[in-house]
Ligand binder design. Structure first.
Ligand code: ADP
Ligand code: MG
Length: 467
């Protein structure tokens, strides 16, 4: 089972990725990366976010609170998430701080993990390379093997074979990962190599600022002096004529002196609109490779690799279940896994297929029949057989027989639908969804030795299915 801080770190990274799409990378780089997740309190459905000072806290609170509430809530698999921003110094003050909060300081993200987050906020370590993206943890399948081989070849012999290397493919399929892997590999072999990973967005901003502050020579110099330039998402240079012009010259200087350049893009160069012809032709000078959506086996291998990075072994059936149900891309695949880990860790339940189903249930189609069965049908049938009303099922009355009938209803709702424990709990007006887990386990155990109950439940199921 993964540890809580691991989960928070991953959730935070996922959140930043989403925030980048929603609010733009400038917001993420400038504001969001200045804060960190401090603690998650499952009981009060509250997440504490630590800001370095009042200015950052207020800025974020005013503008991005909703972004936090919506997306962190989704990543944590909860509704109505409360987000509390506080300043670092506030947390050490004795007064005014909830006791639970003080106690919780012990379980914060450990310094090593925190530092790695902080480091990333303060700028570029090793030319902006993310050490977590390397060749070793990139899973190769038929969908990405050509790009992988090309990236590896470029890393072995930069500037010689394929220059530039242009990798294109849909979002979340591993382009950025491969790009960092090239950089990390070259850095490993030659720590003096001048390497820069840059998003095209940042490149454009840098260029604009260089013009604004009359620093063109510094800008040009910085790029021309590189041994390896990794320019991510080059499609964003479209329609920015002046930036294209400046980049054209940088490209020529680097290429002439056999310095390696790597591009990624969501489209093939010829499909990119708003690009000067002479630049476009240069993008195709070297090798152009693509990455496609991974096949089932590759998806399973990726999931297992990611799980092992969390020190967790993933059962074949769980891996296959996730792989079959996530179709979009690898980022989404990872996101699903993180959600399952988070749920397992936060609710202290072991990883199981059931748990995976309950977590992914609302986002994917698990079983067509399960989709059609709703709570009403189940409770109506249970009420009919046992002569109770829905209000009685929903009441707090704990009379023995009624309690059992309520548990049977929960068991069937869990077994026959893809809905989450929380939804089941909410439908039956239970405050805590752990009641549902308890009910499910209890009924499951009882039917092992109670043949009458087993028969009753079986016939209940059949009746519900026939409706
Ligand atoms: P892109 O740049 O194409 O949008 P990324 O490189 O950011 O995609 O990949 C998204 C996530 O998926 C990253 O966390 C990356 O590590 C992971 N990923 C993608 N492809 C693979 C793969 N083949 N093996 C392992 N992880 C992968
Ligand atoms: Mg990318």
């Amino acid at each position: 089972m993964c540890r809580c801080f691991d989960v928070l770190v991953h959730i935070w990274q996922d959140f930043l990725t989403i925030a980048k799409e929603e609010a733009g990378s400038r917001v993420v780089e400038t504001w969001l990366k200045a804060v960190s997740l401090f603690r998650w309190d499952q009981e009060t459905i509250t997440i504490y976010v630590e800001a370095p000072n009042a200015f950052v806290k207020e800025w974020i609170q005013l503008r991005y609170k909703q972004l936090f509430e919506v997306h962190l809530g989704r990543l944590l698999h909860v509704e109505n998430l409360k987000v509390i921003f506080f300043i670092k110094s506030e947390s050490t003050e004795k007064e005014g701080e909830p006791a639970v909060f003080l106690a919780a300081r012990k379980q914060i993200v450990p310094a090593s993990v925190k530092n790695s987050l902080v480091r990333r906020t303060t700028g570029q370590v090793n030319g902006g390379l993310n050490p977590l993206y390397c060749f070793d943890n990139f899973i190769v399948g038929s969908s990405n093997s050509l790009s992988y081989a090309a990236a590896l070849a470029v890393a072995k012999d930069p500037g010689k074979l394929y220059n530039p290397l242009f990798i294109y493919g849909g979002s979340g399929l591993g382009k950025t990962h491969l790009m960092h892997a090239i950089g990390n590999e070259i850095h490993k072999k030659n720590s003096n190599a001048r390497i820069l990973y840059q998003t095209t967005d940042c490149f454009v901003n840098e260029f604009i600022n260089a013009i604004r502050f009359n620093k063109m020579h510094v800008f040009q110099q910085k790029y021309r002096a590189l041994d390896l330039l990794l320019l991510d998402d080059i499609q964003f240079i479209a329609n920015k004529e002046q930036t294209q012009e400046a980049f054209f010259h940088i490209f020529n200087v680097l290429h002439d002196s056999q310095k390696q350049i790597v591009f990624t893009s969501d489209l093939f160069p010829r499909q990119l609109q708003g690009l000067a012809e002479r630049l476009r032709s240069r993008l195709e000078w070297g090798l152009v490779t693509d990455i496609q959506k991974p096949q089932l086996e590759t998806k399973i291998a990726i999931l297992k690799k990611k799980a092992s990075q969390h020190n967790t072994l993933l059962d074949d059936e769980i891996a296959e279940f996730i792989a079959r149900n996530v179709h979009s891309n690898v980022r989404e695949l990872e996101g699903s896994l993180v959600r399952i880990f988070a749920f397992s860790s936060l609710t202290r339940q072991p990883l199981s297929l059931e748990l995976a189903k309950s977590v992914l249930g609302d986002t994917c189609v698990v079983d067509k029949t399960a989709e059609k069965i709703d709570f009403e049908k189940i409770t109506a049938q249970v009420c009919k057989v046992y002569s109770y009303t829905l209000s009685e099922l929903r009441s707090s009355n704990r009379a023995k027989e009624l309690s059992l009938v309520r548990q049977i209803a929960m068991y069937l709702m869990k077994k026959m639908t893809n809905r989450s424990l929380r939804e089941i709990g909410a439908y039956l007006r239970r405050k805590d969804h752990s009641t549902v887990i308890h009910a499910f386990d209890r009924v499951k155990q009882t039917i092992n030795h109670d043949a009458t109950l087993r028969m009753t439940i079986k016939s209940l199921e059949e009746d519900i299915l026939q409706q």
